[in-house]
Design a binder for this molecule. Structure first.
Ligand code: NAP
Length: 550
């Protein structure tokens, strides 16, 4: 971990709300609560704001949602004033933006950095959470909001001999802040997900030699990133409110000019023309070429075969090209990757691809690693091995329920939530973009604002109606979980062994975790539930906040 261990005297304090995490969700949540006149403290493990963009500083880290869309919509001034340098923003620019927002809204004074929440318990009598940290702080608050992020628990597989390696090791999700110079080094990288696909071309340019250990090849589309044209930015800024509203009414929270017809409704020539056009314009909107790519296997096969064809065209060595061409999952059912010269990188003489599906990594050795077939020597190993996604950051905290259990135990067979916002037996605990919400299947900024706005409105409602306690009912939670499974099963997503399914972690239950019904449908559902007085939630007790105000 890049941060030094800080120590300071432990504190005890009382707030209306404790927010955990100072990424984009936590920052906006703090801003909204302050505006309501509530007292809130944000607890953040890192030394700075930005969440995922604070930790993921690996070379090549970049967002795959266009800069003009990957930003807060809540402040017209902010969105008018901020200038993005590139079409797709690089990590340092996004982090700069997060810091700018924190400064501009004067948020830092209510954020406790370098502090990790370790345990939380709900006190039934006082109707409040007691939140304990690794530094011995004890905070009491009526409400607790988990803004812990979906991809924040970085994970290195439990390789035998891991600690024996004498060289340097890095995880893409916890990259040293001072950067890493690989010049002249022999580097091994394990994994070929989004992070690796961005990092590999950059590391390959620096390292003497780069060996990529691939278990599952991924579909990747060129980003066609470029400096952001001022005229393009202007088009967005002139109609920002309208365009943001349109984005909120799409499935993914991204304006992508989707074609609303089937891949099978056009001739093969027309289909190819459309794929070529999308490939040339670049980015994840390739999946919007047709409206049935995630629903219909035959339609999906046409897109998958098109991309495999591109890989075979780009990669000169046919054996390497074949290894890089994904065949074990429908395109888009593992998060589609976006790259800058990823496949081209395999034409470099200093880059080698090793298939660890056929010959798995058996051991990390003092000098490198050993697969079932061969030994490799490295100066540095990069783990681009992903995250305990969606649940890992939450289950890492000892969150006690009111029925004598914990969140970790409750989610042993997969996460269970109502709307991804709350869980039965965890009163007054909200989650921003929790499992069971669209979250990672959407533009995170859109989903964060949706959830933070809903939570804030809910807290205002509780205050106005003098309610101290809100809890999802078991029935509402059960029905939402069933609904989530039903919608997921109408798509091809469950066919892939993806982190959406928990499949990247041995022993993690295979459950499709995000809600795939769409950002638009989810927004309508949340609004309806609130308008009807929070159906599916049990609201009880006189509000302490309201009493205090009297
Ligand atoms: P990831 O997609 O989970 O990829 C992890 C990689 O490590 C996979 O290739 C995986 O292989 C491999 N791996 C894991 N355990 C292994 C083992 N024991 N032996 C060999 N290989 C192993 O993680 P990620 O690349 O960090 O990306 C996670 C998510 O973060 C993305 O899907 C995306 O949502 C987000 N992200 C977004 C961007 C962007 O906006 N452009 C960039 C980076 C990340 P298997 O596939 O076989 O499990």
């Amino acid at each position: 971990m890049p941060d030094a261990t800080h120590s300071r005297p432990a504190t005890t304090a009382q707030y209306d709300v404790i927010i955990i995490g100072a990424g984009f969700a936590g920052l906006y949540q703090l801003h909204r609560l302050r505006a309501m006149g509530m007292t809130a403290k944000v607890i953040e493990a890192g030394s700075g704001v930005g969440g995922t963009w604070y930790w993921n500083r690996y070379p090549g880290a970049r967002c795959d949602v266009e800069s003009m869309q990957y930003s807060y919509a809540f402040s017209e001034e902010l969105q008018q004033e901020w200038q993005w340098p590139e079409l797709f923003s690089a990590q340092p620019d996004i982090l700069k933006y997060a810091n700018h927002v924190a400064d501009r809204l004067d948020l830092r004074r209510d954020i406790l950095f370098d502090t990790r929440v370790s345990e939380t318990r709900f006190d039934e009598a006082a109707s409040q959470w007691t939140v304990r940290t690794d530094l011995g702080d004890v905070f009491n608050a009526g409400f607790m909001i988990m803004a812990t992020g979906c991809l924040s628990a970085a994970r290195v597989p439990d390789f035998k001999g891991l600690s024996s390696f004498k060289g340097k090791t890095y995880h893409t999700g916890a990259w040293p802040h001072e950067g890493v110079d690989f010049t002249g080094s022999r580097v091994g990288i394990i994994g070929t997900g989004s992070s690796a696909i961005q990092a590999i071309p950059v590391i390959a340019e620096q390292a003497a030699d780069l060996t990529v250990f691939q278990r599952t090849p991924n579909f990747s589309i060129p980003s066609r990133n470029a400096p952001l044209e001022q005229s393009y930015a202007r088009q967005w800024k002139d109609k920002y409110a309208e365009l943001r509203a349109q984005a909120r009414n799409t499935r993914n929270g991204v304006l992508a000019n989707p074609n609303d017809f089937s891949a099978l409704s056009v001739s093969p020539e027309e289909r190819k023309r459309i794929y070529e056009e999308r490939w040339a314009s670049g980015g994840t909107t390739f999946m919007a070429s047709f409206n049935d790519l995630i629903f219909n296997q035959e339609a999906n096969d046409t897109a998958a075969e098109f991309v495999r064809g591109k890989i075979r065209e780009i990669v000169k060595d046919p054996k390497t090209a074949e290894l890089l061409a994904p065949k074990d999952h429908p395109i888009g059912t593992k998060r589609i990757c976006v790259d800058t010269r990823y496949f081209e990188t395999y034409n470099r003489p200093n880059v080698h691809l090793v298939d660890v599906r056929s010959a798995p990594i058996e051991e990390i050795t003092p000098t490198g690693l050993h697969t079932r077939e061969a030994d490799y020597e490295f100066d540095a190993i990069v783990f681009a091995t992903g995250f305990d996604a969606m649940t890992g950051a939450l289950t890492a905290i000892d969150i006690h329920s009111t029925d004598g259990s914990t969140l970790k135990a409750k989610w042993e067979d997969g996460p269970r939530t109502y709307l991804g916002l709350m869980c039965a037996h965890f009163p007054n605990m909200f989650m921003v973009t929790g499992p069971g919400s669209p979250s990672v299947l959407s533009n995170m900024h859109v989903s964060i604002e949706q959830d933070v706005n809903w939570i804030t409105d809910c807290l205002a409602y509780l205050r106005n109606h003098r309610v101290a306690r809100i809890e999802a009912t078991q029935e509402a939670e059960d029905n939402w979980v069933l609904h989530g499974i039903e919608v997921a099963n109408k798509t091809l997503y469950p066919k892939a062994a993806s982190w959406y399914m928990g499949a990247n972690i041995e022993g993690k239950p295979r459950v499709f975790m995000p809600y795939i019904g769409g950002v638009n449908a989810y927004k309508e559902k949340c609004a309806e539930i609130a308008a009807n007085g929070y159906t599916g939630y049990r609201l009880t007790g006189p509000s302490r906040v309201a009493q205090a105000a009297e």
